[in-house]
Design a protein around this ligand. Structure first.
Ligand code: NAD
Length: 509
């Protein structure tokens, strides 16, 4: 694929988007973006420091009365134009996402970018549909109504695995509901968040409604979470960092929304369509090179299907083509960085002492695979024979690694599925509606797919349970996070001495 634009030229002014324009950070520290497919530098920028976060929060604070006071129809019009602006930029966004993250171009152009445009279009409509209880006389002497109001300035922090989609998920419900926002993308993947903000500005989003600070977690991130003018923290990332974010947000009494890690189970009952389950497991575990919080990571397969499932997955994994992310035929790109690749390899290497690596378990080598060896690639990996309490079954690996374990009874399969601290997503595979119905009731997760694994849609909520966090992204349910309810109660009697006053003074008249 041709180079669509020069990153350094495009972001010459800097990688901070504050009050409607790009500017440089002022932390005195730089970040070099690396193409993980080649290991070559793409661009170097100055990171945001605490002063840049302060400037972004101030811009958001100033924009709040105007944007929060706009009608839903006005906000909706802007978001419709925003969706159209993103559609115009689709090819550039896909290019930047693949360059920065190593995503196969077919993934960024068929999943990340259209998903984000659809999200924007969804929230353009949803902005006009904020719901509440009907105004009414819930006490005979009063009329009550509910106001659904924006919360204020939102501070959001996003991870590197789906930078554009995470920006969309964090920003859209917040601004559709009349808040203003400061988003901190992961410092290694800021490009498409900045382009997202530029498209919004072209669409007429007022300056300061959406600000991007590209900074490190420890300083810019923590400063944003603890900022006294920020009313809510919305965080997507690992459970470990989420706990730290929660501590800081709690100390400043902020509303908190946490989308954290996952370790999704994939439960295959013995009457499942084996071909569907095998294909679903390979696609569901390898999407985005396994760097997906909902990826299938633990397949539990009922004993009669176990051997056929393992050999089917191993055969299908062998057909997955690693390659240049810009080659339309590439199925699997590199991991986000060489450090992440080495982290994944560490999990697999430790597992060799207690489990069997059926296929994969290696990075490409220079003599066999040529240029691929320079990138952060890792082969699709299938592991069997691990104990339920082992590290490879319990920990989030965030790489192209699937562990398969057998089970006997339905009770056992469902108990194993629930046996990690996480609860983000899961799937159940069976032709029997009663079995899948039971699985959807008993599996503790924010989403349970039946006979599929991964698809998401703008109209339905995404979010976790247990150590995977709380709160919802996407869908009208996300407005519960980004709005606050105010009860307004009117006296209807015009009586000075109200009956209930006798509980404080005097007797019944
Ligand atoms: P991470 O937790 O390391 O970082 C996430 C973000 O937090 C980054 O922007 C980082 O700069 C920032 N950060 C780091 N330390 C911080 C601190 N002390 N204070 C404030 N901010 C800080 O996660 P990651 O490695 O970027 O992403 C992978 C993780 O994200 C995985 O655990 C994955 O499951 C999770 N994730 C969850 C969802 C979901 O919807 N639940 C979606 C995508 C990714």
């Amino acid at each position: 694929m041709d180079q669509r634009f020069d990153v350094t030229e495009r972001f010459a002014e800097g990688a901070q988007f504050i009050a409607g324009g790009l500017r440089s950070g002022s932390s005195g520290r730089t970040q070099t973006l690396v193409n993980p497919a080649t290991g070559e530098p793409v661009h170097t920028y100055e990171l945001a420091g605490t002063a840049d976060v302060d400037a972004a929060v101030e811009a958001a604070r100033q924009a709040l009365p105007g944007w929060g006071g706009a009608t839903p129809g006005e906000r909706s019009d802007t978001l419709h134009r925003f969706a159209a602006a993103l559609a115009e930029d689709a090819a550039d966004l896909a290019y930047a996402e693949s360059l920065n993250c190593g995503k196969p171009i077919k993934l960024s152009s068929e999943f990340d970018v259209p998903g984000s445009i659809d999200n924007t279009a969804f929230f353009a409509g949803a902005a006009r549909h904020l719901e509440g209880k009907a105004t009414g006389e819930y006490s005979a002497d009063h009329t009550s109504s509910v106001r659904r109001e924006p919360i204020g300035v939102i501070g959001s922090i996003a991870p590197w695995n789906y930078p554009l989609q995470m920006a969309a998920w964090k920003v859209l419900p917040a601004i559709a509901a009349g808040n203003t926002i400061v988003l901190k993308p992961a410092e290694i993947t800021p490009l498409t968040s900045l382009m997202f903000a530029q498209a919004a500005q072209r669409a007429g989003l007022p300056d300061g409604v959406l600000n991007i600070v590209s900074g490190a977690g420890r300083d810019a991130g923590e400063h944003l979470v603890g900022h006294p003018a920020v009313a809510m923290t919305s965080f997507t990332g690992s459970t470990g960092v989420g706990k730290r974010v929660a501590e800081i947000a709690t100390a400043t009494v902020k509303r908190l929304h946490l989308e954290l890690g996952g370790k999704a189970p994939f439960v295959v009952f013995d009457d499942a369509d084996l071909e569907a389950a095998v294909h679903g497991a390979v696609a569901g575990s390898l999407i985005n090179t396994g760097q997906d919080c909902t990826a299938a990571t633990r397949a539990y397969v009922q004993r009669p299907l176990y051997d056929a499932f393992v050999s089917g997955v191993a055969d299908l994994m062998a057909t997955v083509r690693l390659g240049d992310p810009f080659d339309p035929a590439t199925d699997l790109g590199p991991l986000i960085s060489h450090a992440q690749r080495d982290r994944v390899a560490g999990f697999v290497d430790r597992a060799r002492s207690y489990a069997t690596v059926v296929t994969g378990g290696a990075a490409p080598s220079a003599d066999r695979d040529g240029a691929l060896a320079k990138g952060a690639y890792y082969r699709p990996t299938l592991i069997t024979g691990a104990a339920q309490d082992s590290e490879i079954v319990q920990s989030e690996i965030f790489g192209p690694v699937l562990v398969v374990l057998p089970f006997d009874s339905d009770d056992e399969g469902l108990a194993l599925a629930n046996d990690t601290p996480y609860g983000l997503a899961a799937s159940a595979w069976s032709r029997d509606v009663y079995r899948t119905g039971r699985a959807t009731r008993e599996i503790k997760a924010g989403c349970v797919w039946v006979n599929d694994h991964i698809p998401i849609i703008s109209e339905m909520p995404h979010g976790g349970a247990r150590a995977s966090g709380f709160g919802k992204d996407m869908s009208a349910y996300s407005f519960e996070e980004y709005t606050q309810i105010k009860h307004v109660m009117y006296d209807n009697t015009a009586v000075a001495r109200k009956d209930w006053h006798r509980t404080v003074f005097g007797d019944r008249p």
